[in-house]
Write a protein that binds this ligand. Structure first.
Ligand SMILES: Nc1ncnc2c1ncn2[C@@H]1O[C@H](COP(=O)(O)OP(=O)(O)OP(=O)(O)O)[C@@H](O)[C@H]1O
Ligand SMILES: [Mg+2]
Length: 1078
């Protein structure tokens, strides 16, 4: 969510008034009271228009946090309560956005907070300007230059523990985007007298104390220093330690800052060596030594210190020693050397120390400038920050104070000029009539000091350059002559008798009425300090140093560059640099911070009205307000004005559509503000009297309260209404859901109940229907039965007269007869074929005919078998009988049998009758031949076979030779007892003969024949018909045969392939004959 823009104003929640211009009535008292009130509420900043008054709080306030920086960033000047950040922001934005170079002038007396203010401005600008590694480094270097310069240029004074003892003007340079590029620091006149002497309660420059407290032992040893402050004459002891200041820690900060700024280690060391040398110089002491000519000559008391200094700075000890004892004056070609007395020697020593230190300081500033200078040559925008030593009034004021106060005088001058100028320009810009304002212009004081002909500085220079004896007194005399009539110059000796009896004005002093008060200057030292002379012998000795930094600090010591012309005096140098500064400042847009010191005790919470009153007076702040208010006290651009007060008029509230100026006009008319109270500028409204503004503010406040109430009312109404609407909507939703739920539940309940009831009713109805149907059916059946009986009775009653008593039986028989008749007729048409092997037979139609049906089938089968048999001739019958006999004998017993079924039994294979060869044989046989066939007779001895004709007749069995037909053996059938054969597929068979019979003398026969089945069958039949005995036929794969006296076992085995496809017979031994059947 975008952050809501809240337009605030300086006028909101004001403590006192934030802008003194609005003070009503405007008196010194109200002014101070307002400052005090704000100070007491920690509001240390107050505006006079665009000028910021800052009252030193002497304690840290939580108003400089990064959040505060953010608050003030990009806000209008008058938008928030007065703050130094507001001024910084205004200056920075005006620089960045409007291309106007800026200067920030920070004035106020010593300890008023100028240096702090300048640091705050710098840190604010650093925080809000661009970011990035390079930019950050530049910022860091700019910020870190402060600790270094403060260490070397600041000291504790009675007024300020961290008093700047030099003037500083820093130009921060920016590029077109507002990113910092670098900076240039100018320094103004360091108060170098402090190096050798400090007023009571004050300290030398911080760096001395920091070095002695913070340096490591090694560093101290290297610098030939001791940690004890009391060892050094130049360090005042009464305030060597400052409360709340940690010198040691600050030393580390300074070393670190030097590193950040870009000092090389050797440079930093060289700087510390110079500092050490200055400290040690103070310890050189002189003693008088009478010379022959009666003059005193100074001698160094203890040369040890000198030796160490020379070692530190690499200066030839004798050179330095001589420089402390003699002074060479060169005029034209002459060189005159005079000895120095002790006082002169001390003067020379101190001059050297001061010069060394102040030149070191200038070198430091230059060195820092080298580091922070912008690296580009593009056009830069500049923001100058001026932090100069504040206006000073001490007990003893000398040349330094005079210079410092002159500088402040000039600043006041530029302030007056620029403020007035700006004010005037604004009036012209805004086309408003300009009214003249009376104010004190300090130009006259500036003139007293800097006038080229009769200004104090000019006269000091004149004195310094004048030949002859010149002392501070001659200078004062001159002043008394020239300035006597000047309004702001006071002196006892002046020709003007006004001060002749003024005892507060000593004779050796003059007094100047500065804009900030009267200051009494001791004239002593003015000439010397202005001359700023360093004996040439000393500068030459320094130039001869092996220490490069020291050598570079004294270029005039180079004999090759000897310059007899006097160097410009300190006063004229300062005047020139101040003039340059003023010219510089005039080209820039000024922003003022006027610092006020609330008390002299450096304490928080104390607001000394007298002290503040004094500062307000000399800073001319009341005049400032008056100038600002002359004509019009308050001005504001039309837009913010309309924005702020538009709620006071119906036409402009809440929105004014036209131009802002018209809006403001309408608004002011409506509010009936008297026309003389305001004036319309080009872009701003000018309000003459703060009263009017406060009236507007009061009205606004009142109206805001009303509006707040209104808004509250509307908001509350809106809130309640939205809440109510929400509740109502919610209620409707809840109710709808609840109703739906309830209805659904009810519906489901009803549905369930309906289903239950329905099912019960259906069940009941169904049962009822079933009952009815059953009843109906029973009724029908009963009716049928009754009807049948009844019909029966009727018919019987009707027909009784036509039937005899057993008519029922007759009908039954008749019916049966009909059925049987029908059965037979149907059977006739369904008769199966006459083939005896046809298994078909029509199904049985009636159960009661079951046995008849089976019988009929059997009869039919017998009949058709008979029919079939009747077709055969007698011979055929015989053959079939034989075949049947064979089947009975061998089927499923002998493997050879199946192959014999298809073969017709022929019996006489050998046609003996027809073959003449067997005529004799035929003749020998009288009986009918049943079998004539050639068989293989197996030789009993070796199992080999010989062909024999096998003949079977009705009574005998004959074997005859196949070739000759001669009968070999004749066996009557009665002697044949048994035939043995195997169960296998072979034709071997044995015929066993009755023991003891004639034929049996040679033993049983073993044959093999292809027609074994036929032969065995015929033999069996013939034996049966002839002997009425069944021939024993043994089927076994092992049987015994009687050969003569031996019983030989014939064994049938499974033949192997190599035995061939016919069975083979082999005599194995006298007990075994083996037949291999394939
Ligand atoms: N805004 C401030 N917040 C807190 N303390 C402050 C502030 N301004 C000044 N001080 C305190 O006042 C002391 C003096 O301030 P500062 O050194 O800025 O004075 P000055 O005006 O620079 O004096 P001089 O002219 O002697 O250099 C500071 O050391 C600090 O303790
Ligand atoms: Mg300062």
């Amino acid at each position: 969510m975008a952050k809501m823009e809240v337009k605030t104003s300086l006028l909101d929640n004001m403590i006192g008034v934030g802008d003194m211009v609005l003070l009503e009535p405007l008196t010194e008292e109200t002014f101070i009271n307002n400052l005090k009130k704000r100070f007491d509420h920690n509001e240390i900043y107050t505006y006079i228009g665009s000028v910021v008054i800052s009252v030193n709080p002497y304690r840290s306030l939580p108003i400089y946090s990064p959040e505060k920086v953010e608050d003030y960033r990009n806000r209008n000047f008058y938008e928030l309560s007065p703050h130094i950040f507001a001024l910084s922001d205004e200056a920075y934005r005006s620089l960045r956005d409007q291309d106007k170079d800026q200067c920030i002038l920070i004035t106020g007396e010593s300890g008023a907070g100028k240096t702090e203010a300048s640091k705050l401005v710098m840190s604010y600008v650093a925080a809000v300007c661009g970011k990035g590694a390079e930019v950050n480094q530049v910022k860091e270097q700019l910020l870190q230059s402060n600790p270094v310069l403060e260490a070397f240029g600041n000291a504790k004074t009675v007024r300020n523990d961290n008093s700047s003892r030099f003037g500083k003007y820093m130009d921060i340079e920016f590029d077109f985007k507002g990113d910092p590029l670098g900076g240039v620091i100018s320094n103004y006149l360091l108060e170098k007298s402090r190096v050798v002497k400090q007023p009571r309660g004050e300290r030398n420059f911080h760096v001395f104390y920091q070095l002695l407290s913070g340096a490591s032992e090694e560093l101290l040893e290297k610098l030939k220093l001791e940690r004890d402050f009391s060892r050094y004459n130049y360090l005042s002891l009464d305030s060597a330690r400052v409360n709340g200041v940690d010198d040691a820690a600050n030393f580390r900060t300074v070393r670190n800052a030097m590193q950040i700024v870009g000092f090389m280690d050797h440079e930093a060391e060289a700087v510390l060596e110079v500092v050490a040398a200055v400290l040690k110089l103070g310890n050189i002491e002189f003693k008088p030594e009478s010379r022959v000519n009666g003059l005193d000559e100074s001698k160094i008391k203890d040369k040890n210190e000198l030796k160490e200094i020379c070692e530190l700075t690499a200066i030839d000890q004798s050179v330095l020693e001589r420089a402390f004892s003699f002074r060479t004056v060169e005029a034209k070609q002459e060189k005159v050397s005079t000895t120095l007395n002790v006082a002169q020697a001390y003067y020379a020593r101190d001059a050297l120390a001061k010069n060394l230190y102040s030149r070191l300081f200038s070198w430091l500033v230059n060195r820092i400038n080298e580091s922070i200078k912008a690296q580009t040559k593009v056009r830069k925008k500049v923001m100058g920050v001026l932090d100069i030593y504040g206006f000073e009034i001490f007990e003893d004021n000398s040349f330094e104070q005079f210079i410092i106060n002159y500088c402040n005088e000039k600043l006041q001058q530029i302030f007056i000029e620029l403020t007035l100028k700006e004010e005037q320009e604004e009036y012209i810009r805004e086309d408003i009539e300009w009214t003249h304002i009376d104010y004190f212009n300090n130009a006259i004081i500036c003139d007293l000091i800097e006038n080229n002909t009769n200004g104090i500085l000019a006269m000091l220079d004149e004195e310094c350059l004048r030949p002859g004896t010149v002392t501070d007194d001659t200078f004062l005399e001159k002043l008394n002559q020239v300035c006597a009539t000047h309004q702001h110059f006071e002196s006892r000796m002046s020709r003007c008798s006004r001060f002749l009896n003024d005892t507060t004005l000593p004779h050796s002093c003059f007094r100047i009425q500065h804009y900030a008060g009267k200051v009494l200057y001791q004239v002593e030292g003015f000439v010397d300090k202005n001359n700023d002379l360093l004996y040439r012998d000393l500068s030459q000795a320094m130039w001869k140093a092996g220490h490069t930094l020291i050598k570079s600090l004294f270029p005039e010591g180079n004999p090759a560059k000897i310059n007899l012309k006097r160097p410009p005096t300190a006063g004229s140098q300062f005047k020139a640099s101040v003039a340059t500064l003023m010219r510089n400042l005039q080209t820039k847009n000024p922003n003022y911070i006027r610092c006020i010191k609330p008390n002299d005790k450096k304490a928080a919470h104390i607001f000394s009205e007298a002290l503040v009153c004094h500062q307000i007076r000399y800073l001319g702040l009341l005049e400032n307000v008056r100038v600002r208010r002359a004509g019009y006290a308050f001005r504001q651009a039309y837009e913010p004005c309309l924005e702020r007060y538009k709620m006071l008029c119906k036409q402009t509230w809440p929105h004014w559509r036209g131009p802002a100026r018209a809006g403001v006009e309408v608004l002011f008319n409506e509010l009936e503000i008297p026309v003389e109270e305001y004036s319309f500028g080009r872009s701003k409204i000018f309000i003459r009297n703060p009263r009017t503004l406060f009236k507007l503010e009061d009205l606004r406040k009142q109206r805001l309260e009303d509006l707040a109430t209104l808004i509250q009312k509307i908001y509350r109404g809106w809130k309640c209404r939205t809440h109510f609407l929400l509740m109502r909507r919610s209620q409707i939703v809840v109710a709808a859901w609840f109703r739906r739920f309830a209805q659904r539940k009810r519906y489901q309940q009803t549905k369930r109940s309906a289903l239950v009831i329905q099912s019960y009713i259906r069940g009941w109805k169904a049962r009822k229907l079933l009952r009815e149907l059953k009843h109906q059916k029973r009724c029908e059946e009963a009716a049928t039965t009754i009807a049948a009986y009844w019909h029966g009775t009727q018919v019987r009653r009707e027909y009784r007269k036509f039937f005899r008593a057993n008519a029922g039986k007759k009908i039954y028989e008749f019916t049966i007869q009909r059925i049987v008749q029908k059965y037979f007729l149907e059977m006739k048409s369904k008769m199966p074929s006459l083939s005896p092997i046809d298994k078909n037979w029509p199904p049985r139609p009636y159960l009661f005919l079951d046995s008849t049906h089976k019988e009929l089938r059997r009869i039919f089968h017998l009949w058709r078998c008979k029919k079939y048999r009747d077709q055969f001739t007698d011979q055929q019958k015989l053959i079939y009988e034989e075949k049947l006999e064979a089947s009975e004998l061998f089927k499923d017993k002998k493997a050879l049998y199946p192959s014999s079924v298809g073969q017709p039994f022929q019996g006489a294979y050998l046609e003996i009758n027809k073959n003449p060869k067997y005529k004799k044989l035929k003749d020998a046989i009288e009986e009918k031949i049943i079998i004539a066939e050639v068989v293989n007779k197996i030789n009993r001895a070796n199992g080999k076979s010989t062909s024999r004709i096998f003949l079977l007749t009705n009574n005998n069995l004959l074997l005859a030779d196949q070739k000759s037909g001669q009968i070999k053996s004749e066996v009557p059938l009665v002697d044949v007892t048994k035939v043995s054969m195997s169960s296998q597929n072979d034709g071997f068979f044995a015929i066993h003969l009755k023991e003891g019979s004639e034929a049996a003398s040679k033993g049983d026969f073993l044959f093999s024949s292809d027609h074994l089945i036929e032969m065995a069958t015929k033999l069996y039949r013939t034996t049966l018909s002839q002997t009425r005995q069944k021939l024993n036929i043994e089927i076994s794969d092992e049987f015994l045969v009687q050969f003569r006296q031996d019983k030989v076992c014939v064994k049938f085995i499974q033949g192997t392939q190599k035995n061939g496809s016919v069975p083979t017979c082999k005599r194995k031994n006298n007990r075994l004959l083996e037949v291999a059947v394939p």
